[in-house]
Design a protein around this ligand. Structure first.
Ligand SMILES: Cc1cc2nc3c(=O)[nH]c(=O)nc-3n(C[C@H](O)[C@H](O)[C@H](O)COP(=O)(O)OP(=O)(O)OC[C@H]3O[C@@H](n4cnc5c(N)ncnc54)[C@H](O)[C@@H]3O)c2cc1C
Length: 290
């Protein structure tokens, strides 16, 4: 617990004497810690791979083209420009050396007195290598932009195909994982199909674009209340999303997704929102905790 500057009779200009708190990660966690330490007798150094904070809840709108990336990216330096005890460095942390109180980063070693690891999570493919190779994750702005390009590119490709069967893989969107990300993205893709598709691509038919939402649990929004789950299910069905529950993905080769029991869907658009892993500077955690 930190006491306030006033109680210690110290001024911020004495900051060289203050303990140094290094915060790895400028996500929600890192921002909250830096903010709570604003008037405390500490020197804060935040380190992130990017110089911006990503507002992840709106990534799906970037992926479907209804928001530009800069609308959900906020400069970390600018955010804390008024905070005197805050500094920022753009770097990737590769290792933590707790015995020396030092972290290894892409810009060299950095010493700390207190270390906050707020590095968020990465996509978990549960060891399914072919899914990892071909499916699209959506946890960062670059990934959301990749997804946007994939969607637009495959709509263009669909126009070039001669038959309905040839168009099917380009116009089938399979979202694996019916948590908030999968549900939001399924809804946004269904809106694109229902309201935009035939205006922008008059050569395509609305009914030829399919949106599938798949989960191995028996309901959408599994960990949420029954009311939220039933409400989301109803809205998705009304929007024309094909919700496939109690269904487990077995594999994906880039053109066809396979489910346990033998069912397949031809698709070039598989979006994986089925799980997350901690995103730690792994070398340290493997050695000390795993
Ligand atoms: C698509 C999507 C939608 C979501 N919607 C909602 C929602 O509606 N409501 C809700 O409450 N939550 C939502 N969440 C979850 C919420 O965004 C996360 O819980 C939250 O962002 C976690 O904050 P964090 O600070 O732990 O990690 P993050 O926000 O992921 O931040 C981690 C930061 O650490 C940095 N970093 C990682 N590794 C390193 C390294 N080795 N070196 C340097 N920097 C590193 C990253 O660049 C990143 O800036 C959503 C998540 C996603 C992906």
């Amino acid at each position: 617990m930190f006491v306030s500057l006033k109680h210690m009779g110290m001024d911020l200009k004495d900051k060289a004497k203050f303990p140094k708190v290094v915060i790895i990660g400028g996500g929600f966690g890192g921002l909250e810690v830096a903010d709570k330490l604003a008037d405390k007798p500490v020197e804060i150094l935040m380190i992130d791979k990017h110089n911006y904070h990503t507002f992840q809840p709106l990534l799906y709108q970037v992926a479907t083209g209804s928001l530009e990336a800069e609308s959900i990216a906020f400069s970390l330096r600018k955010n804390f420009s008024e905070q005197k005890n805050f500094r920022f460095r753009i770097a990737e942390v590769t290792k933590v050396n707790p015995e020396k109180n030092i972290i290894d980063t892409t810009i060299g070693e950095i010493a700390y007195d207190y270390l906050v690891i707020a590095t968020g999570s990465t996509t978990n493919f549960f060891g399914n290598k072919d899914v990892e190779q071909f499916a699209m994750p959506m946890k960062s702005i670059p990934e959301a932009l990749n997804l946007r390009y994939l969607i637009l590119q495959n709509l263009e490709e669909a126009i070039l195909q001669k038959t309905k069967d040839e168009r099917e893989p380009y116009l089938s969107f399979v979202l694996v994982g019916a948590g908030p990300t999968g549900v939001e993205l399924a809804g946004a893709l269904a809106e694109l199909r229902n309201h935009i598709l035939t205006k922008d691509y008059p050569e395509l038919k609305k009914e030829d674009m399919k949106v599938y939402l798949v989960d191995f649990l028996p309901k959408v929004l599994g960990p949420m209340s029954d009311e939220a789950s039933k409400g989301a299910y109803k809205f998705l069905k009304e929007m024309g999303v094909e919700v496939m529950l109690n269904v487990k993905v077995e594999g994906y080769n880039g053109t066809e997704i396979r489910f346990e029991g033998g069912k397949t869907i031809p698709t070039k658009n598989v979006i994986w929102s089925a799980g997350g892993n901690g995103s730690y500077p792994r070398r340290y955690f493997k050695r000390h905790y795993c």
